[in-house]
Design a protein around this ligand. Structure first.
Ligand code: M6R
Length: 601
């Protein structure tokens, strides 16, 4: 949520900042702003709405050799120019951008700043006023910033500039992501390395509680006590071309199309000569656990549900799937030897992180499965498995969902082999994932048909239902989330058998009900449920595995291993959501009210 960039030591800092903000727009797009300066001039520009609105306000004179920028996802105060960052201190001397939430901002306001006048309603404006207040007794900006950090409670990534010293950017981080990028004669800062990949591929991670003084030729990292810290940079593994849309109209379509390649990449990455290669200590610890707790949010939690059955079958360990936002505050009675798996595309989701902090305190082993190396949840868990899906930019998650399931399948097989479970020993998961990659291609090639069906069923509807049983039910949950988050159709995923216990009352003439059928036993029951809704006026559509298909079914899926059907059946639902959204005229990649990386609880 919210994206921060900054640069110091380069001509036309505004161009670098705008480009960086565009790349961070997935983190929030309510409003944006930048501050640029050099020895003689300084400019602060803000705009409500998308980055392009900010760009329109930039004139040739809005230039500098240093600057900071921000794209906002509103928490405190509505999206408006007044609430857009950067915020300034009472005298305008200090300029601040912030990602995170200051929990005690009202108390700080009352105690220190009751006389001050504020332009907007944000917690950030309180902080920058407070820094200036701390300077009243002749304290330096750096010391005042430190003092302020000592007073605030909450999450933050801050970048602070003093107009009187445009040679320095002060940076601090707690719980919200922030990286420093090292350049040749210049340095940058960013919430995500993606934003600055065209400037550098060398990044320094920051720990919570650290403060950094960034200059063009030097950075100094200090901990809370003021001790200097030396930390080697890491090299970013993807390059700027990975984050270009190319010829695609939207990232979401590009990312849907990338899924077969991601499946193959995962197999290549985790196997050598047909054998799965994963940290042996991780496998031993998992095999020794008596219950696996998968903790995740949104689409990632749906990937957890999709994996539950095959993990239990292959690894023979019971699996519970929990929503992070509930689990942290309503922890169930745990088993004696639990093992925690955190599924998170971004590795930065605050709801999941708060659970990890708690399970770490309790001393339980943990694994993070994420797309982002070096992300917070990766650093704080005992083990990490990477998704190797390439950057996922569209807010609606697609390739991360299938990548999570694929990585979990390889992991489950490896644990099962360790347990000498005959089912795991017999199943060649790498081969199955190869077949799935080809099957995905077959479905993706049916775009024209799916576009037609989406237009026919979903253009004018107010609501829609996906139904299925067992794995098909779990995919229904994901299919419905995808549809509602980008097309704004009130969509629900339902266990097919549960409809008649209440929800069937919502079926009206032409209500779209989409049935997913990939299992013989449950399939005939789901077909029965589709008949029930049809007799009440519903307009039904079926997504069915080839071997179970009838002439009247509309979307036919290639047959894949019964434990892995989610990897195929989800593909048409992603495309349905995409085309329904296009048809209804909304921005596929940047749905309203949302942000890609949810770094507030
Ligand atoms: O980065 P994470 O996987 O932890 O994110 C979790 C959810 O916020 C995310 O999956 C969200 O539900 C997606 N936008 C759905 O498409």
């Amino acid at each position: 949520m919210c994206g921060i960039v900054g640069i110091i030591g380069k001509e036309h800092a505004e161009e670098v900042i705008l480009k960086g903000l565009e790349r961070l727009e997935y983190r929030g797009y309510d409003s944006a702003g930048l501050f640029v300066a050099n020895a003689e001039t300084a400019h602060l520009v803000k705009a409500q709405g998308r980055i392009r609105n900010l760009e329109e306000k930039i004139t040739p004179s809005t230039t500098g050799t240093m600057g900071i920028g921000h794209t906002r996802w509103a928490t405190h105060g509505k999206p408006s120019e007044a609430n857009a960052h950067p915020h300034t201190s009472a005298s305008q001397r200090l300029v601040l951008v912030h990602n995170g939430v200051i929990e005690n901002f009202e108390a700080l306001h009352q105690e220190y700043l009751s006389e001050d006048h504020f332009i907007g309603q944000t917690d950030t404006e309180i902080v920058v006023h407070l820094v200036e207040k701390m300077m009243a007794s002749g304290t330096t900006v750096k010391e005042a910033f430190k003092k302020t950090l000592g007073l605030i409670r909450g999450s933050y990534a801050f970048a602070l500039v003093d107009r009187k010293d445009p040679e320095t950017i002060y940076v601090a981080k707690n719980k919200s992501p922030l990286l420093i990028g090292l350049g040749d004669g210049f340095n940058v800062l960013c919430s995500d390395a993606l934003a600055m990949l065209d400037q550098t591929d060398r990044f320094v991670e920051l720990e919570d509680g650290e403060m950094v003084t960034v200059r063009a030729d030097h950075i100094t990292i200090e901990d809370i006590a003021g001790n200097e810290i030396t930390r080697a940079p890491y090299q970013a593994t993807f390059d700027a071309s990975d984050i270009e849309k190319g010829t695609y109209p939207y990232y979401m379509l590009k990312e849907i199309d990338e899924q077969p390649a991601v499946m193959r990449r995962i197999v290549e990455h985790y196997t050598t000569d047909g054998q799965i290669v994963m940290d042996s200590q991780l496998i031993k610890e998992l095999a020794g656990s008596d219950r696996i707790y998968i903790v995740a949010c949104g689409t990632s939690s749906h990937a957890g549900w999709a994996a539950k059955k095959f993990i239990e079958t292959l690894a023979e360990i019971p699996v519970e799937v929990h929503l992070s936002s509930e689990f942290g505050y309503d922890m169930p009675l745990l088993s004696k030897k639990p093992f925690f798996i955190y599924l998170t595309q971004s590795g930065e989701t605050a709801d999941s992180r708060q659970v990890l902090v708690k399970t770490n305190q309790l001393g339980f082993p943990s694994l993070t499965i994420t797309n982002v190396a070096g992300s917070t949840l990766s650093r704080e868990a005992d083990y990490t498995l990477l998704l190797h899906a390439g950057p996922e930019i569209a807010v609606a998650s697609t390739k991360a969902y299938t990548a999570q399931i694929a990585v979990l399948a390889l992991l489950a097989k490896k644990v099962g082999e360790y347990q000498a479970n005959p089912i795991a020993l017999e199943l060649d998961i790498a081969h199955e994932l190869g077949l799935i990659a080809s099957g995905m291609e077959t479905v993706i090639n049916e775009k024209a048909l799916i576009q037609e069906l989406a237009a026919d069923y979903l253009t004018d509807t107010r609501n829609a239902f996906y139904i299925g049983r067992s794995n098909d039910y779990y995919v229904s949950l994901e299919a419905a989330l995808k549809l509602k988050e980008i097309s704004y159709i009130q969509a629900e995923g339902f266990a097919a058998g549960e409809l008649k216990h209440g929800t069937i009352a919502l079926i009206e003439e032409d209500t779209p009900v989409i049935g997913i059928i990939t299992e013989e036993i449950t399939g005939s029951h789901t077909r029965g449920n589709l008949k029930e809704v049809e007799s009440r006026g519903a307009k039904t559509l079926t997504i069915v595995s080839e071997e179970l298909a009838k002439e009247t079914d509309q979307i036919i899926l290639p047959t894949v291993h019964p434990l892995l059907t989610s990897l195929i059946s989800v593909i048409p639902t992603q495309l349905i959501a995409y085309y329904a959204t296009l048809q209804r005229g909304f921005d596929v990649d940047k749905p309203r009210n949302l942000a890609k990386s949810v770094t507030v609880e």
